[in-house]
Design a protein around this ligand. Structure first.
Ligand code: SF4
Length: 320
């Protein structure tokens, strides 16, 4: 792992104009709002937060599956947001996405081998006649057999289907894989196998991983650094060790408190988060977390805290 940024996003935003009711009223939904984030070469960055906080949108923006409303995304020093789509294509093979639900992301009428080979065809990787060998090789890498190439997705278990999705992503020899809740639909024992597989592949192939999850236990297992997202903004980012030893942002403290501790004597009493994540359509003023924060001060309602260094990490909170 290095401190060289493979991805450098600056002031990155995704805003949607949406209808807010009858009479044609419109509002702006700020799914991702002025985010600065680096993903270092060779690391696993865990991106955490409750559902609806913008994690998936941020991952899709980085891949340019959706277009940003503003800001920039550099990949290995190249500003992808400044390029037209046709010039982004060569970089797409370098950044691959693994979806939460492998069954939905695999075409049920397409054999596994065809689905993987299609990714090679799209990116023009290797000679045509070599592609079946490449398919067999990636299937082996994820613990499946070359014979599985002729079968259809419904013939596999959930864990095997996620292995197929990983094989399809690996086929293009990417430098970065963005995995969006890749284990949340799986049983705990299968989850552990998929995490182990991703960890092993990352080390063996020198991959960089961005791992999106709401499950702090999973992130603790796999991440090198942790970024916490709340209502479209990053509120804390730093090393996993520092984060799990002592999270700083009050939202991070509450998320950290949700991780089960095996020994009850070491269990901390962290009050659970109150209420739901407010709508990104009308986010609270000032610090977006203030309606749920037990430490809020008068200025938290009016002023927006920005990420600032605090020890080994950056945190967006007036307490630091
Ligand atoms: Fe709480 Fe204020 Fe910090 Fe926001 S800025 S997390 S409201 S203390």
């Amino acid at each position: 792992m290095t401190n060289t940024a493979l991805i450098k996003a600056r002031d990155l935003s995704k805003h949607y104009t949406v209808s807010t009711g009858r009479f044609g009223a419109k509002g702006v939904l700020k799914a991702v709002d002025a985010v600065d984030i680096d993903v270092h070469e060779g690391e696993t960055l865990g991106l955490v937060g409750e559902s609806g906080c913008g994690k998936t949108t941020l991952g899709r923006l980085i891949l340019r599956l959706i277009e940003a409303s503003g800001g920039s995304i550099e990949f290995a020093g190249v500003d992808l947001t400044a390029l037209p789509q046709r010039l982004v294509k060569p970089y797409r093979k370098d950044i691959q996405f693994i979806f939460q639900d492998p069954y939905a992301s695999l075409n049920p009428r397409m054999t596994v081998g065809t689905a993987i080979r299609r990714n090679l065809d799209i990116h023009g990787i290797g000679q045509r006649r070599e592609r079946p060998d490449r398919v067999a090789s990636v299937l082996r890498q994820v613990g499946l057999m070359p014979e599985h190439a002729g079968r259809y997705p419904h013939e596999f278990s959930g864990g095997q289907r996620q292995r197929i999705a990983i094989a399809r992503a690996l086929a293009t020899e990417p430098r970065l894989i963005i995995a969006d809740e890749p284990t949340s639909a799986l049983d705990v024992s299968i989850q552990a196998q998929i995490l182990e597989l991703l960890q092993g592949l990352k080390e063996k192939l020198g991959l960089t991983l961005m791992f999106i999850s709401h499950d702090m236990g999973v992130v603790r297992q796999i991440a090198d650094r942790v970024a916490v997202m709340y209502l479209g903004k990053i509120v804390e980012i730093g090393s996993k060790e520092a984060f799990f030893a002592k999270p700083l942002h009050p939202y991070s403290v509450a998320l950290r408190g949700s991780v089960p501790v095996p020994d009850p004597r070491n269990r901390e009493t962290v009050p659970p988060l109150e209420g739901e994540v407010p709508s990104p359509l009308s986010p609270p003023s000032g610090c977006r977390f203030h309606p749920r924060c037990t430490h809020r001060m008068p200025r938290c309602r009016d002023k927006t805290p920005h990420l600032r260094p605090s020890g080994e990490r950056d945190v967006a909170c007036f307490l630091y």
